[in-house]
Design a protein around this ligand. Structure first.
Ligand SMILES: [Zn+2]
Ligand SMILES: [Zn+2]
Length: 134
């Protein structure tokens, strides 16, 4: 199984040609051709779908995807950032949602995950910003 080497996509000025690099990764099946997430277990050296996108083609009772809301009726995949329902897209819990394509109503369970990045403060960020009172 061959992997695309990022060094091959370096431009003369030393920067990376991201567009070409991602296209090469797509053609090589390293990233999903539908949602662009990285494919962990590759099965081919050609364009491929990630595990989550592959299940859309199956006849399942429910669909889970980390990037899209999948309509269980017509399988339309909706990008949450493009819909007019902030609570469906960004709030934990169960929401009623009507498919934009087939207009059937279904339930979406939204799970929001958090992660925390910590870093040291610069000297000038510490001054006057000490809320612990020490
Ligand atoms: Zn995918
Ligand atoms: Zn639908």
């Amino acid at each position: 199984m061959k992997y695309i080497n990022i060094d091959d996509y370096e431009k003369p000025d030393g920067s990376i040609d991201w567009e070409k690099y991602r296209k090469a990764q797509l053609d090589n099946g390293e990233i999903c051709s539908k949602c662009s997430s990285y494919i962990v277990w590759r099965s081919t050296d050609g364009p491929s779908l990630c595990y989550e996108c592959k299940q859309i083609n199956k006849d399942l009772e429910e669909f889970s995807h980390s990037r899209f809301i999948i309509c269980p009726f017509c399988k339309k995949s909706v990008d949450p950032s493009e819909i007019d329902h902030p609570s469906v897209a960004y709030e934990d819990g169960h929401h009623a949602f009507t498919c934009l394509d087939c207009e059937k109503e279904f339930e979406v369970e939204t799970s929001v995950s958090f992660y925390y990045t910590s870093r040291k403060l610069d000297e000038d960020e510490i001054d006057g910003n000490n809320e612990s009172g020490q």
